[in-house]
Write a protein that binds this ligand. Structure first.
Ligand code: XMP
Length: 513
């Protein structure tokens, strides 16, 4: 396995992602926990030193143990990692003096070509992504330059004898289009054959959970979504009955959703599950509330209360499991320092662990959404479940602008079920990021048979997106829209008008509230 020593770069996780795409198993460990003893025990076949925000010229700047360079394994230093290598191996690093580079840059090769850059320079120059202030000023003994850029004369360095490589740019990001090839060359050089699989990851993850949890008890909040479900099944495989799931049913779920979740987890997987059926509590509290933020905050607050009430009945629980993914981690890190405007109060159980004195267990923290899906498949979760569209924590409440009533929720559920059925029947479900119906707070006049109707209007929403941050409306055919509208009006009493929402995000958001 390969060890990535993390010096705090925002993109360290992308190194792991790229390596996993190459079917190489790797682990990221923060530099603080990488001691000499750790290195010996871990026995990496190769090591990558990540970038980081510090300057090697500062007192106490982070470093790997010197023993790393005596282990006889290939090492690749990226950005800060490059500078640390130079500093520790006898070179020199200077502070940025106007030669700093941020963003896109181009590198050209030196005369001699090396294996690390096989596949590079098919064009005379390669685009790379730089982000550095300091720069290498003198090479450490044994190193030579193999590529340069205007701002970084030492863009690619190597000591071929010892298999040490150091690059000033970030090969792990998308803006270094050929970066993956460079990483591939490095791992090949280190003897990896790309035989790692999701099955192996699952085994590793299970071993880690067992080690972290010991014989303690774990509570997992289940939402019915993919992430918390995969986390729950994985943890259950690791520690069996030490896990109890709490499923807070706020009465704002889709048609049949609560039953499906309960059946799947309790009956199919045999996972101890508390079904907290608190629809009345939530709907009573939401009675008369029409302001979107008040809705979100009310649901968030009640959710925490209810969750805690049920979790308190599980004696001796020491961990709270969450399906946190890597993008959640990056977002919370990068937003922590700077001001950010609250567009919507997102619903989660943040703050709960401290309040309840529980430690966090986040077994999916290193994974991206598509990897979680692959892991879910590996764990035997049905494809239809794994491919489900995202569903927001506050549920149907934010698809029901204006006041929420039980009648409107009921109509909304039925219309939504018809719409999704239509999308599945036409084979479009997997092309769409998210699709749902919103019930509008207006009644309009219609005519059915010979009678006048005065019913609700609804809006269909369907968007394409890669991460939910930006989105475009889905270009359904007019035939599809017409057929769907007819079905909804015929099959769902209470709706007599159907519209299609053609707003992109931005300026719209995906949900209506
Ligand atoms: P918006 O509406 O902000 O939604 O464009 C982006 C994505 O986030 C989902 N969403 C939420 N998910 N808790 C969640 O877990 C929330 O409070 C929440 N609000 C929106 C939304 O469904 C879409 O996928």
């Amino acid at each position: 396995r390969l060890l990535i020593i993390d010096f705090g770069s925002q993109v360290t996780q992308l190194i792991a992602r790229r390596l996993r795409e190459l079917d190489v198993y790797c682990e990221i460990h923060p530099y603080q926990s990488v001691s000499e003893g750790f290195l010996t025990e871990f026995a990496p076949r190769a090591v990558i030193l990540s970038g980081g925000p510090c300057s090697v010229l500062d007192a106490d700047s982070p470093r790997p143990p010197a023993r790393l360079f005596e282990m006889g394994v290939p090492v690749l230093g990226i950005c800060y990692g490059q500078q640390v290598m130079m500093q520790m191996l006898g070179g020199e690093v200077h502070r940025g003096d106007g030669t700093a580079e941020f963003g896109r840059a181009h590198v050209v090769p030196a005369e001699e070509r090396i294996e690390l850059l096989t596949g590079w320079f098919l064009d005379p120059r390669e685009q790379v992504w730089m982000s550095h202030g300091d720069h290498v000023a003198r090479l450490a003994p044994g190193f030579r330059v193999y590529a340069t850029s205007p701002g970084a004369p030492f863009a690619v360095l190597a000591d071929l004898e010892r298999d040490f490589y150091a690059v000033q740019f970030h090969p792990e990001v998308h803006h270094t289009p050929n970066g993956r090839t460079l990483l591939q060359n490095f791992v090949k050089r280190a003897g990896f054959t790309g035989d790692w699989t999701m099955a192996a990851y699952r085994d590793e993850a299970i071993a880690r959970i067992r080690e972290q949890v010991g014989d303690a008890k774990v509570i997992c909040g289940l939402s019915g979504g993919v992430d918390s479900s995969v986390a729950a099944v994985l943890i259950h495989e690791a520690i069996g009955e030490q896990l109890t799931c709490v499923f807070v049913d706020h009465g704002l779920l889709r048609h049949n959703e609560a039953e499906e979740v309960v059946t799947m987890f309790r009956d199919h997987y045999n996972i101890p599950l508390i079904h907290a059926d608190e629809a009345d509590l939530f709907l009573d509290e939401l009675d008369g509330v029409s302001d979107p933020e008040t809705k979100r905050k009310t649901i968030g607050r009640l959710f925490i209360d209810v969750f805690q009430k049920h979790a308190d009945t599980i004696e001796g629980a020491a961990f709270l499991a969450q399906g946190t993914l890597y993008p959640d981690v990056i977002e919370s890190v990068s937003f922590a320092g700077g001001p950010s405007v609250t567009i919507k109060s997102h619903h989660n159980v943040g703050g709960l662990p401290e309040k309840m004195g529980l430690k966090l267990l986040e077994p999916l923290r290193e994974l991206f959404k598509d990897e979680v899906r692959a892991l879910g498949r590996e764990l035997g979760l049905p494809d239809s479940f794994i491919g489900r569209h995202p569903f927001p924590g506050p549920g149907l409440a934010i698809r029901c602008p204006g006041e929420i009533t039980r009648e409107k929720l009921d109509i909304l559920r039925r219309a939504d079920a018809v719409y999704i059925d239509q999308i599945r029947k036409h084979g479009l479900y997997d092309e769409i990021w998210q699709a749902f119906v919103a019930i509008l707070p207006v009644r309009t006049v219609g005519v059915m048979g010979d009678s006048r109707t005065y019913d609700f209007a609804c809006a269909l929403r369907a968007v394409t997106s890669v991460d939910g941050m930006t989105a475009d409306f889905y270009p359904f055919s007019h035939d599809f829209l017409g057929e769907t509208a007819t079905r909804i009006i015929n099959e769902v009493r209470g709706i007599n008008r159907v519209t299609y929402d053609i707003t992109s995000k931005p300026p719209g958001t995906i949900e209506w509230e």
